[in-house]
Design a protein around this ligand. Structure first.
Ligand code: SF4
Length: 84
């Protein structure tokens, strides 16, 4: 059982390929609690460490939104790795 102060366990990692991304932010609109936009409009992780800006930890409730973002990304710049 988790407590409010206990970090929630990641269910997956959303990978953002910045070399393919065009930075329009559709994925940010679909995953507003997980993603933010940087100063140029590219999606970045709201959570995780400095090395996780393009590998975004997602909780279970965000997996459906991640699947939508992956399917709708016009540049095929997103991928999901589920964690055990
Ligand atoms: S939906 Fe795709 S192209 Fe658009 S900002 Fe997100 S990763 Fe980039």
């Amino acid at each position: 059982m988790t407590t409010p102060t206990e970090p929630r366990r990641a269910a997956g990692l959303l990978h953002i390929d910045w070399t393919a991304c065009e930075g329009r932010g559709l994925c940010v609109e679909l995953l507003p609690e997980a993603l933010d936009r940087d100063e140029w409009g590219y999606p970045v992780a709201r959570r995780g460490g400095p090395g996780e800006r393009t590998d975004v930890p997602l909780v279970w409730e965000e997996l459906d939104g991640a699947a939508d973002a992956i399917a709708l990304c016009p540049r095929l710049a997103l991928g999901l790795k589920r964690l055990p």
